[in-house]
Design a protein around this ligand. Structure first.
Ligand code: BEZ
Length: 243
């Protein structure tokens, strides 16, 4: 997927602002070697580095890696697909925020994470979990389905049991896993329209412009109130240790 990094940085910076709690859960320490999986434009890579840890940020998107290098030239970013990593026993921790749900071969990703960690190293992550943005997905499918068959999903939102089974089958002992609702405010009256343009544009590429407005109209009574728009995010957060 290609990313509009300008819109991402301007309107969707909640992705890393709301990910700060995951960095706290990681509790990075000076001298540790940490891999940031799906680092995007690098803001949390930077936060982790402030602990004194040595961080490597990887992402499969050239535009995201370009933005990360521009934002934080002092840090180390690598263009790399998480499903084909070859790191070997070299990290104290692997961190990931809001990225694993874009990775459609979770077993390959978790195999690479496990191999990248030293024994006793930790995998600390948060991603979209089962039921994530269900109201938005239903509205998009309803409208897009009026024009042509709905394309296959490009995201993966697993349940606790589904993802922990994958972790456990790759020598990662699950110490904590939770699924929780995290309604996410979207800035301004164009908040939902901007969100759809950023994250779901591929659904609308060959449709008349009114299709996107139809989705926004469908969602207004469900996800807009006196405080503005929110997206019905649901997160899966976990800590697992390599055994
Ligand atoms: C998420 O972070 O859950 C997400 C972001 C964009 C599109 C779909 C889900």
């Amino acid at each position: 997927m290609s990313w509009d990094t300008e819109l991402y940085e301007a309107r969707h910076n909640f992705v890393w602002r709301m990910g700060e709690g995951v960095v706290e859960l990681l509790a990075p320490r000076a001298g540790e070697r940490i891999l940031d999986l799906g680092c995007g434009p690098g803001h949390l890579t930077k936060r982790i580095s402030e602990s004194g840890a040595q961080v490597v940020g990887i992402d499969a998107s050239p535009s995201m890696i370009g933005q990360a290098r521009q934002n934080f030239p002092e840090l180390h970013f690598v263009l790399q697909d998480a499903a084909s990593m070859t790191f070997d026993n070299e990290f104290d921790a692997v961190f990931s925020n809001a990225a694993l749900h874009w990775m459609l071969d979770p077993a390959a990703v978790v195999r690479g994470v496990s191999k990248a960690l030293r024994t006793g190293g930790r995998f600390v992550a948060e991603m979209g979990g089962k039921g994530n943005i269900q109201t938005i997905v239903d509205a998009v499918h309803h409208v897009v389905g009026k024009y042509h068959p709905v394309p296959a999903s490009r995201q993966y939102y697993p349940s606790v049991s589904e993802y922990t089974a994958i972790l456990e089958s790759h020598s990662l002992e699950v110490r904590m896993a939770q699924l929780f609702d995290r309604p996410t405010p979207l800035e301004g009256d164009a908040g939902m329209e901007n969100w759809l343009k950023q994250f779901k544009l591929y659904y609308f590429e060959n449709l008349p412009p009114k299709a996107l407005s139809e989705v926004v109209a469908d969602l207004r009574p469900k996800l807009h109130d006196s405080s503005g728009w929110h997206a019905d995010y649901r997160r899966l957060r976990f800590v697992a240790v390599k055994v």
